[in-house]
Ligand binder design. Structure first.
Ligand code: GLA
Length: 353
């Protein structure tokens, strides 16, 4: 089932709409046309009370003030590009360095701040909507006009499937992601100590102190980055490993073992389990990498939903992506989208109650 209402207005008067995808099991995902933001993700509990498993805000102005990308679609390039510089077909491009001397999450006016044109694809079982955005040639410094499409489908097996499609009239970069902050105990829970995480990755990309990959594809063995078995995150977060210090926690890209460039069906990449409730999140994707971000910098946002103030390490992000700074690391899988080519990627978040 789908229901719609006006969530609020932008300063210029345009309406921000919220569309709710509701399945027969009582899962409800609320999505804004602003930034394609997942604002609420309600799941049923045995006591018949619902729990909201993502962080978010209650007002449009709070989303406009937010610097943490709560729940948003990120583009054109999720994560960082060193000094905002890259070269395509021998042309040099310079993006704005909007964080620590680097470009982060597509620039100051990224896809997370745009109004996407939303249409309903399926109203009944497996409710589905399509969001469309035209990003003009030169938008935030990126070449070519990009036509982006994101399809959100909530299936009756409790999976939110996110399909990313795009094409451009010039060769450009495209690396979209979804920046939901999950706390499977509920957005108001405050910390992630009761969560265990598994990531099927034997390697990760270590960074410098500004979160830019050094270029090394390092083994996870004997490091806090070895999450190949379900692992509580608390020990890793407290570790004195240099990479954990650099990220102020986990804020790194894992190289997913089962990635293949020619794959169009998502593979199992990661899982989180909240040990008190037993609730699980399974992440499947077609993308080569995934940033696990333990919300290390949360704490200065506007007050969250229902008056909850969010704190550092209060949530987990599973940002499927091309590796950070891939345009400057030729041995990383390429985020180049050639003129006339069609981009297609899928990421699924399945909730197991
Ligand atoms: C990503 C980055 C983090 C941080 C958040 C947004 O996860 O890797 O360093 O910038 O986005 O706050």
């Amino acid at each position: 089932m789908i229901s719609k209402h006006i969530f609020g207005h932008l300063p210029d008067g345009r309406a921000v709409e919220q569309t709710s995808l509701i399945n027969a099991n009582g899962i409800q995902v609320d999505i804004l046309n602003l930034g394609g933001i997942i604002r609420r993700w309600l799941v049923p509990t045995p006591s018949s009370k619902q729990v909201d498993i993502v962080l978010g805000f209650d007002k449009v102005e709070d989303y406009l003030a937010d610097q943490a990308y709560l729940g948003a679609l990120v583009g054109r390039y999720a994560n960082r590009i060193k000094h905002g510089k890259f070269t395509l077909n021998e042309t040099h491009y310079q993006l704005e360095a909007n964080q620590g001397g680097n470009s982060l999450h597509g620039g100051v006016d990224g896809f997370n701040r745009r109004l996407w044109q939303t249409s309903v694809l399926t109203e009944t079982l497996n409710p589905s909507i399509c969001l469309k955005l035209i990003s003009e040639d030169g938008d935030q410094g990126f070449p070519g006009q990009l036509q982006a499409e994101v399809i959100y489908t909530l299936s009756e097996n409790n999976t939110l499937r996110i399909e990313y499609k795009a094409s451009a009239d010039q060769t450009t970069l495209y690396n979209p992601t979804q920046h939901s902050y999950f706390n499977l105990a509920g957005h108001q829970n405050g910390d992630i100590a009761s969560h265990q995480v598994q990531i099927l990755a034997s390697h990760f990309t270590p960074t410098d102190g500004n979160a830019i990959p050094s270029g090394e594809i390092a083994t996870v063995a004997n490091t806090p980055f070895d999450l190949r078995e379900l692992t509580p995150l608390t020990a890793g977060l407290a570790s004195t490993h240099e990479q954990i210090k650099f990220g102020s926690g986990y804020d790194h890209n894992w190289c997913l073992d089962d990635y293949r460039a020619d794959l169009h069906q998502p593979f199992f990449a990661a899982m989180a389990i909240e040990t008190q409730s037993g609730r699980k999140l399974i992440v499947n994707t077609t993308m080569p990498g995934m940033q696990l971000y333990t919300a290390n910098f949360l704490g200065s946002e506007p007050v969250g939903k229902e008056g909850v103030s969010y704190q550092g390490n209060g949530a987990l992000c599973f940002e499927t992506q091309f590796y950070p700074d891939s345009p400057n690391q030729p041995h990383f899988p390429s985020a180049m989208l050639e003129q006339g080519q069609t981009f297609y990627a899928v990421t699924e978040y399945q909730i197991v109650l």
